[in-house]
Design a protein around this ligand. Structure first.
Ligand SMILES: O=C(O)CCC(=O)C(=O)O
Ligand SMILES: [Fe+2]
Length: 180
């Protein structure tokens, strides 16, 4: 898979269109009004389900040693990530992030930011969820350290007022789903 500034993506994904096809609980949850109200309250802004369908939601599984979702930014401001399964922290799979970093899509230059900013690491267990400002936070999932555990998540992307007014490009997700 194409990667931001050479940082690897070794993961299994279910694209939004296949989640939608199943029409199960997950497929419509990101449109739930109560969820929008909750997220709105937390971020103190109006939020919208991601207007670009392929980026609305994704399921990601890391399930072997070295599997990782490498350093990147998301196109839309907010991600609500539901952790369905996760390894204990000593076997990898923790979320790492460097907040308040502007994404230069032409020249991401990921390494430069490590020299000037701390990296924060967070472990989430099964059943937890986190909300992150993902368009200005460089983030990744630390590689799994063994073959015995898996990390399985669902990510809902939400747009803010500013996102809705901006002309957001989607190369990252388009590259993500390109056949290899
Ligand atoms: O797996 C995670 O916690 C992060 C997911 C993520 O960054 C993404 O789907 O863009
Ligand atoms: Fe992300």
């Amino acid at each position: 898979m194409d990667a931001t500034d050479q940082t690897p993506r070794r993961m299994k994904n279910v694209e939004q269109q296949y989640i939608a096809e199943q029409n199960g609980v997950i497929a419509n949850l990101d449109k739930d009004e109560r969820l929008h109200e909750l997220v709105s309250k937390i971020v103190r802004d109006n939020v919208y389900s991601c207007p670009y369908e392929p980026e609305r939601m994704v399921i990601t599984q890391l399930d072997e040693k070295g599997a990782t979702h490498g350093w990147h930014w998301d196109d839309y401001s907010l991600a609500l990530v539901w952790i369905l399964d996760a390894p204990p922290p000593e076997t990898g799979g923790v979320l790492q992030c460097v907040p308040n970093i502007f994404w230069d899509k032409e020249k991401p230059d990921v390494l430069r930011f490590f020299l000037k900013n701390p990296i924060y690491s967070y472990h989430f267990g099964p059943g937890q969820a986190y909300l992150m400002q993902t368009s200005r936070t460089m983030h990744r999932v630390y590689p799994l350290l063994d073959n015995e555990h898996r990390r399985l998540i669902v990510n809902f992307a939400f747009a803010t007022e500013e996102d809705m007014r901006s002309d957001i490009s989607h190369e990252r997700v388009e590259a993500l789903w390109e056949p290899t």
